[in-house]
Design a protein around this ligand. Sequence first.
Ligand code: SF4
Length: 229
Amino acid sequence: RTLAELDADLTGCRACPRLVEWREHVAETKRAAYADETYWGRPVPGFGPADAALVIIGLAPAAHGANRTGRMFTGDRSGDVLYQALYDVGLASQPTATHAHDGLELYGTRITSPVHCAPPANKPTPAERDTCGGWLAEELELLAPAMRTVVVLGGFGWQAVLPVLTRAGWEVPRPRPAFGHAVHVELAGPAPLHLVGCYHVSQQNTFTGRLTPAMLRDVLSRAKELADL
Ligand code: SF4
């Protein structure tokens, strides 16, 4: 199937009972500030072109962010930080992402995640991560012809992505490279791939200054260069 078909099929997935229940519960009960909105309440597909040279991989949709708007990192504070930085380094058409039809375009960049449904407390279980890994493996295989660089946001994503890259045909060294901010690993595989770590854009990291806007911009502009964008 094509990437568009994969995205369409993904939105109907109900493979993880705990996450299906949670995403739908949140969509019904809503946050007071969004009481008038219809929540998406389903799996959130990757966002960005099928020929992306740079792929950014997060963790999972936020309950009142992407689980509400239906688009990756759209409508929450983590996304505000990420899209501002993508705009600053020339990878996004606008610095804000408020809803799925706000006109935002990504340039040569696709954003996706190892878990596509909002988990309680932002914490998927290892079993849920492994179940959803099948979607990510197929997505990365479809992106492989153009994909040059992968930026992984946070240690959970890093742990999830390494086995998926192995499954999709890349040679991941043993022992597996450890996650760290600005860690850069080159992998042989269907096409040579730069793998770059970056602290997650969670409020926990951005409010405490563990990840500053300048640190995020530095990683993204390096990744942009590595992807020949
Ligand atoms: Fe399906 Fe992934 Fe959502 Fe689980 S997390 S229900 S595998 S889309």
